[in-house]
Structures are given as C-alpha cells and as structure tokens.
Design a protein around this ligand. Structure first.
Ligand SMILES: Nc1ncnc2c1ncn2[C@@H]1O[C@H](COP(=O)(O)OP(=O)(O)OP(=O)(O)O)[C@@H](O)[C@H]1O
Ligand SMILES: [Mg+2]
Length: 249
C-alpha cells in the first residue's frame, strides 16, 4: 500500500532523510524505531503528503503522490487515520466538540446523528465518561484516547498511523493504548507506530524498521530486531532487557 523509493528530504538544506526505501502492505503492523530527531515524524508527514520529498517517489496504492495537487491529496489522506505526536486536541473545545468537529468536517452526517456517533467513538476508546470535559482536565492517557477517537471520526481508514502514542504515559496507560492499537487493527487493518519506546513496539508490531542517520538500518521481524548487532539498536534494546529483568525479580 505504501512504497518509498529512494526518498530524500531536507529541512532548510539540512538533509534529514538520505535514502529511504521500503514497501508496506495494508494489513501490516509496523513499528518505526529511532532516536529523537532521526526523522520518524517526517516519514509520517511524507506518507500523508503534508510535505514533499526532494527526490524519490512515494506511492500510495500504486499512485505517485509526490506530484499530486492538494485537492488530489485529500483522497489519499482519507485512506489513513493519523494520531499526531502532540495529540492535537483543540484546547477551547470540550471532548464532545473535539470529536464532533471532525465528523462535521469530514462527513455529511446530520447533526442529530453526530452526538450518537461521538458517544460510540468515545465508547470504542473507553473514555465516554469524559465527554463533557475540557482537554486541560484530561490525564495524558485520556488525552491520547480522545485523540484516537477523533482520528477515527475522520474516515474509515485503511491504515492507522500513530506518532509516539505512548510517550509520557505511565506503564499501565501505555499498555492500555497498546491494547487499543491492537484492537483497532483486529479486522485486518494495519498500522505504523512511530516510537522510541521499544518495549511498546514489540508488544504491538511484528515488523520493525530502525531509522538512523537518514536511512533504514534494519527492516525485519522481532527476532531480527532482538538479535541486531548494530550498536545504535543495541542501546535501544538495553531498555527492553532492563524492563524484562525488572519484571523477573
Ligand atoms: N518544520 C521544521 N523545520 C525545520 N526543521 C525541522 C522541522 N520539523 C522537524 N525538523 C527537524 O528535522 C529532524 C527530524 O524531525 P522529526 O520530527 O521527523 O524527528 P523524530 O524522529 O520524529 O523525533 P522525535 O522522536 O523527537 O519526535 C529534526 O532534526 C528536527 O529538528
Ligand atoms: Mg517525532
């Protein structure tokens, strides 16, 4: 469904992605790992057509999106449900209005159905009780859930994109978000989760890509990740070993 073919990307002449090639099927469960600033969020923005590569091609369902107009990109974006790193709720709207906003924006649903749909979406992510709260009144975990509900309101996506969905959450809430991610992919819809938390990545994904110095340095399954000898990946894995040792004591 997604193909990156020799993609290069720079911000203000600073090269972030040097040569990125990979191919992802619609039902795959993928984790993009990598350190802060390596370009993980940049890759999601490229998939959504929010930014364009300097060179190389990006194909979504066989169509090259690098030369599409904004109007044509709208259809491409509808194929994805994205939860941005910041969660991105509107601070001045309560939970109900945040989710309803997307329904009004992206669907032709009549107002009387919108409230029912908002409740249903909040039920899906188990935060129905927060319907009248303002974003500032939510805990980090609830905030993430509402952001996920809001992204679900937008479309009936083919694939989910999550940018650091568990960062800043305690282990219980992070685990709940991981379960939610798996639940939402149950009917064969794949996802890409971008994260530097390898512990959460191995819970949900079965294919792992490790981004370092503008290139995909590893693309493999769980075994490939766990046995990788690349020093930068070893540092990531030490977090995993530490967490497992803690559990064993
Ligand atoms: N709008 C922008 N203008 C200029 N530079 C940017 C912009 N957005 C990101 N960058 C730079 O591009 C690089 C990659 O950013 P990106 O947000 O993709 O990293 P990341 O891997 O998602 O990091 P993190 O794990 O901290 O979220 C960083 O060095 C960042 O400073
Ligand atoms: Mg990021």
């Amino acid at each position: 469904m997604i193909v990156f073919d020799a993609v290069r990307f720079s911000y203000n002449s600073r090269e972030i992605l040097k040569d990125i090639s990979f191919s992802v099927g619609a039902g795959e469960r993928i984790a993009f790992l990598g350190g802060s600033g390596e370009g993980k969020t940049t890759i999601l923005k490229l998939i959504m057509g929010l930014i364009r590569p300097d060179s190389g091609r990006i194909l979504i369902d066989g169509e090259d999106i690098t030369c599409k107009t904004e109007a044509q990109l709208r259809d491409t974006r509808m194929k994805f449900s994205i939860v941005f790193q910041e969660g991105a709720l509107f601070d001045s709207l309560n939970v109900k209005e945040n989710v309803a906003f997307c329904l009004r924006e992206y669907t032709k649903m009549p107002e009387e159905q919108i409230e029912e749909k908002v409740k249903e979406l909040l039920r899906t992510v188990d935060v129905e009780r927060a319907i009248d709260l303002m974003p500032e009144e939510l805990s980090g975990g609830m905030h993430r859930r509402v952001a996920i509900a809001r992204s679900l309101a937008a479309t009936d996506p083919k694939m989910f994109l999550y940018d650091e969905p568990t960062s800043g959450l305690d282990p219980v809430n992070a685990d709940n978000i991981c379960k939610l991610i798996l639940d939402l992919s149950r009917n064969g819809k794949g996802f890409i989760i971008v994260t530097h938390k390898v512990f959460d990545a191995v819970k949900v994904a079965d294919r792992f890509m490790f981004l370092y110095d503008g290139r995909v340095r590893l693309d493999g399954n769980r075994e490939d990740l766990l046995h990788a000898t690349i020093p930068e990946i070893q540092i990531f894995l030490s977090e995993l070993r530490y967490t497992q040792e803690e559990k064993n004591v």
